[in-house]
Design a protein around this ligand. Structure first.
Ligand SMILES: [Zn+2]
Length: 293
């Protein structure tokens, strides 16, 4: 074993010159992102349809679609879910090298967190849109609403898709629908699987919430309200026999209790989200009006 004296020399130098930079403030402490326990609660993978499997945690969606040409992963949850996802894939007969594509909903730590690690472990290609690619590459830095509070390992895009584009693997066509608002690059994905001999049109629809967002006169996203309105309209018309959302409980799943829920329709999901959005908007308009009086 080779010992290096360097750490000792460095330490001595620091100890001997304590006042050299004493007047300067400390650099900021790293801020950790804490989350609900259910978001970190592993559950056994289960089938949503013949080729489509839920492999996420109780509170954060991750979906695996097995095709004849390899598998597709949709979302991953938090960064610390990477090993769990790889183990779940293996359990379903998908070796790391068989994962070919990663697609996702939006570039926040609780959905895109493990993408970089999964890319590294599998070599799968990450498919995203231009808006999300920027945020993924920055690892969440300078988020329009959260600043630098929700950082995650940066991931690089391998393919940029446009609204309505189809990504195909092994005979399954995944259509991307831009549903901006929660992030400017928010995406929803639809594809058709089968169950009990019948086609099932599955919609993995992005978050439509506006958690703590400034909706009026937001200098970073001046057209944020228009963006949300567009997303609500798009979601209402999606092919949608089975709805799943990045936060499963938002679409009626209670995965702590059951894997066979009565989920919302896409229309009901959009309606519910729009009325919550309208309430927030009304509150912010009232507050703004009071401020001007
Ligand atoms: Zn989010």
């Amino acid at each position: 074993m080779r010992l290096s004296a360097a750490p000792f020399v460095l330490l001595t130098a620091l100890v001997l010159s304590p006042s050299l930079h004493a007047a300067q403030p400390l650099l900021p402490e790293a801020t950790a992102y804490t989350s609900r326990d259910s978001w970190r609660q592993p559950i056994a993978p289960f089938a949503l349809a013949d080729r489509t499997w839920y492999i996420g945690t109780e509170g954060l969606g991750a979906v695996l679609v097995k095709t004849d040409a390899g598998a597709v992963l949709i979302d991953g949850g938090l960064p610390q879910a990477a090993d769990m996802l790889l183990a779940n894939m293996r359990q379903l007969g998908v070796a790391p090298s068989a994962l070919k594509l990663i697609v996702h909903s939006h570039a926040h730590i609780d959905h895109a967190g493990p993408i970089a690690a999964i890319q590294r472990a599998t070599g799968a290609r990450l498919v995203t849109n231009a808006e999300s690619a920027v945020l993924l590459q920055r690892g969440g830095f300078d988020d329009l609403h959260f600043g630098d509070d929700m950082l995650f390992p940066p991931a690089h895009a391998d393919r940029i898709v446009m609204d309505g584009e189809v990504v195909e693997l092994g005979g399954i066509a995944f259509t991307v629908h831009f549903t901006p608002g929660h992030t400017p690059g928010s995406m929803s994905w639809t594809w058709t699987d089968t169950k009990n001999g019948k086609p099932v049109r599955i919609a993995y629809v992005d978050s439509l919430s506006a958690p703590g967002y400034t909706l009026i006169d937001n200098p970073r996203q001046p057209r944020i309200v228009d963006d949300y309105r567009r997303a609500f309209a798009v979601v209402r018309t999606l092919p949608c026999d089975l709805l799943l959302t990045p936060h499963p409980d938002a679409s009626g799943w209670k995965l702590g209790e059951s894997n066979t829920p009565t989920t919302l329709t896409c229309r009901a999901y959009a309606d519910r989200a729009e009325s919550a959005f309208d309430n927030t908007l009304r509150e912010q308009r009232d507050t703004a009006a009071k401020g001007k009086r």
